[in-house]
Design a protein around this ligand. Structure first.
Ligand SMILES: Cc1ncc(COP(=O)(O)O)c(C=O)c1O
Length: 341
């Protein structure tokens, strides 16, 4: 099985990431999914962009000896650790047992101090315990700065001012744009960009079962990292954008399907997006609008989960079925970021 790794890079600032178009023949109709591959950012995920704007928003307050603290499921911790290392300030990443060992090792490689919380919160996740730990640290160390990805407008701003305009410059056409939801920063940023710029996009949030990010009730157990949340998003109002909820099973099946048909290894959130897109195609047969999905990271971070048969057996119970969509032909078109300008 070919797993594509993001390119190694010493560059700290987010790069323009490529899009790949998959043309599908869905029950006789030609449909297109654009995959924007955020794994091509310097530290392997969309959170490179969030780390940049979060850092810009706090840098004037950062104490050189105390530095920055942030709660993270992995990707933001890696991106902030790299940024803080570059600026020579300490960084504390507050993680939990679901954070992958590879992500923790990467944060440590950038000199981060990693604090692991072990207590499950009342909603079956760890986020509320991580936030409690951050608040305790802030109280005890008044010079420590919390970048607060959960409430800081710098989070949606990264996507409103950078990621979304970049995608628009690449595809320049009406689309249903699907975003994975955790803090809701990406979804809010894209939504604000489309509304304020009058761009003809329908912006759709995609979450997983068991998440409270945009729902009032917990509907199952969350097993994927990165997507979903134990608390409501501070950035997205209820009903502001259509929402598709997918199961871990569907997300994993979609990852395996994309690997099979396009030889691209996506992360679990991206699998959730592709699953949502395939469902959208099935439910909206007369709508021929393209779907664009912003894939937050790549398969390299999920070798022990999504791409492990042992993990799949233990965590999603059933063997993932190839998505039940009539794909008669798959044709790939790479469009590098800069070629669209
Ligand atoms: C793996 C993963 N899933 C989902 C998301 C979406 O997160 P948010 O809603 O916090 O923008 C991200 C953001 O980078 C991510 O890295």
């Amino acid at each position: 099985m070919a797993i594509l790794h993001p390119p190694a890079s010493q560059e700290v600032s987010p790069s323009r990431t490529p899009v790949v178009a998959l043309d599908l023949d869905v029950a006789g109709a030609r449909r297109r999914i654009w995959l924007k591959l955020e794994s091509h950012n310097p530290h392997g995920s969309l959170k490179d962009r969030t780390a940049e704007t979060l850092w810009e928003s706090v840098r004037d307050r950062v104490h050189p000896a105390e530095g920055v603290i942030e709660s993270t499921s992995g990707n933001l911790g890696i991106a902030l650790a790299a940024r803080c290392a570059d600026r020579g300030v300490p960084f504390t990443a507050v993680v939990d047992p679901r954070t992958s060992p590879a992500s923790i090792a990467m944060m440590r490689r950038y000199g981060a101090q990693v604090a692991m919380v072990h207590r499950l919160d009342s909603r079956g996740g760890y986020l509320l315990s991580r936030l409690e730990y951050v608040r305790e640290q802030i109280r005890a160390r008044p010079n420590l700065v919390w970048s607060n990805q959960y409430e800081n407008d710098a989070n949606p701003r990264a996507h409103r001012e950078r990621t979304a305009p970049e995608l628009w410059g690449q595809i320049r056409r009406p689309a249903t744009v699907m975003l994975a939801v955790s803090t809701g920063g990406t979804l809010a940023g894209f939504h604000q960009f489309a509304q304020r710029q009058g761009v003809p996009w329908t912006v759709v949030g995609v979450d997983v079962e068991g998440s409270l990010a945009l729902s009032d009730e917990i509907s199952g157990k969350r097993v994927l990292t990165g997507i979903g949340s134990s608390q409501r998003s501070a950035f997205v109002r209820s009903g502001a954008a259509p929402l598709v909820i997918v199961s871990a099973h569907e997300a994993v099946a979609a990852c395996l399907w994309v690997l099979d048909v396009a030889d691209i290894a996506l992360g679990g959130s991206s699998g959730a997006l592709v699953a949502a897109a395939l469902r959208w195609f099935r439910l909206n047969r007369h709508d021929d609008t393209d779907i664009a999905v912003v894939c937050p990271d790549g398969g390299d971070r999920y070798l022990g989960t999504v791409y492990s048969a042992v993990w799949r057996k233990e965590n999603i119970a059933v063997h993932p079925h190839t998505p039940r969509i009539g794909v008669l032909r798959v044709h790939r078109e790479h469009r590098e970021a800069n070629s669209a300008r």
